[in-house]
Ligand binder design. Structure first.
Ligand SMILES: Cc1cc2nc3c(=O)[nH]c(=O)nc-3n(C[C@H](O)[C@H](O)[C@H](O)COP(=O)(O)O)c2cc1C
Length: 229
């Protein structure tokens, strides 16, 4: 049985429901968003929002949820880091053999979600997803810090870890391999790109007059539309 030092919730005087209802939301100064002044493509607006998030001190503004669909049609989601946004799409790096890697190999569709809470901003990206060329993945792997390369080489990401010492042994083996040859490649490490078909920018407002702007792609053209909050 797993022992836990966490205090049990029912030792507290307040119910979870009451605690949740009492939590404030958007109770801070939030930026204004004028959809009329936005660029023609969502990438340009995303990059400018990202820069504003960095300037505002948002913690890990490049952390995003990646949602995928498994072979039974069941959605799955997890947090990843955004690696790049360019004309190849919105990129992330992971193990092709992981759960998400297998899911996108089966269903090439994905959604990304960003939440910059300090600014009350959300960005949603929906589209198709594909692995980039192996050279891009290899270059991305080489550019990672040693500890990240060792971790990737050692990991059978998402497989069941039946015996925790297996992980220590795999890390020691990977560490030795990288020490012997710093350019040890990792065939499993893959950069994927999401090609968006729609991108929504959402600016929260304390009075619930949230502003939503969606870009929808039709062929090579982006159309912009406002959505009811
Ligand atoms: C802030 C944050 C950043 C993360 N970045 C990555 C990442 O860039 N790549 C990755 O494979 N996993 C990353 N993870 C771990 C994933 O959330 C996830 O646990 C892992 O990729 C296995 O997912 P899967 O079993 O659905 O394939 C990150 C987790 C957090 C909380």
């Amino acid at each position: 049985m797993i022992q836990t030092a966490c205090p049990l919730w029912h030792d507290r005087a307040v119910s979870i429901r009451d605690l949740l209802r009492g939590l404030p939301v958007f109770a801070r100064p939030l930026p204004r968003f004028a959809p009329a002044d936005t660029p023609g493509s969502p990438d340009a607006l995303f990059v400018s929002w990202l820069a504003e998030a960095v300037d505002a001190g948002v913690v890990e503004p490049h952390a995003m949820t990646l949602s995928t669909v498994d072979g039974d049609g069941l959605p799955d989601t997890r947090v990843l880091l955004l690696k790049e946004v360019d004309d190849r799409g919105w990129q992330f790096a992971t193990s092709a053999g992981s759960a998400k890697g297998r899911q996108v190999a089966g269903t090439a569709a994905a959604a990304l979600g960003f939440y910059w809470r300090e600014q009350g901003r959300q960005v949603r990206v929906r589209g198709t997803v594909a692995a980039l060329d192996p050279q891009t993945s290899a270059a991305d792997f080489r550019a990672r810090p040693v500890s990240s390369r060792v971790a990737s080489l050692a990991s059978e990401q998402s497989a069941v870890l039946a015996d925790p010492p297996d992980l220590e042994r795999a890390l020691a083996t990977a560490e030795a391999a990288v020490a012997a040859d710093p350019d040890t490649p990792c065939a499993d490490h893959t950069v994927y790109a999401v090609t968006p078909t729609s991108v929504e920018f959402w600016q929260g407002d304390a009075d619930r007059r949230h502003v939503r702007l969606r870009y929808r792609r039709s062929g090579d053209t982006w159309h912009k539309e406002l959505l009811w909050p």
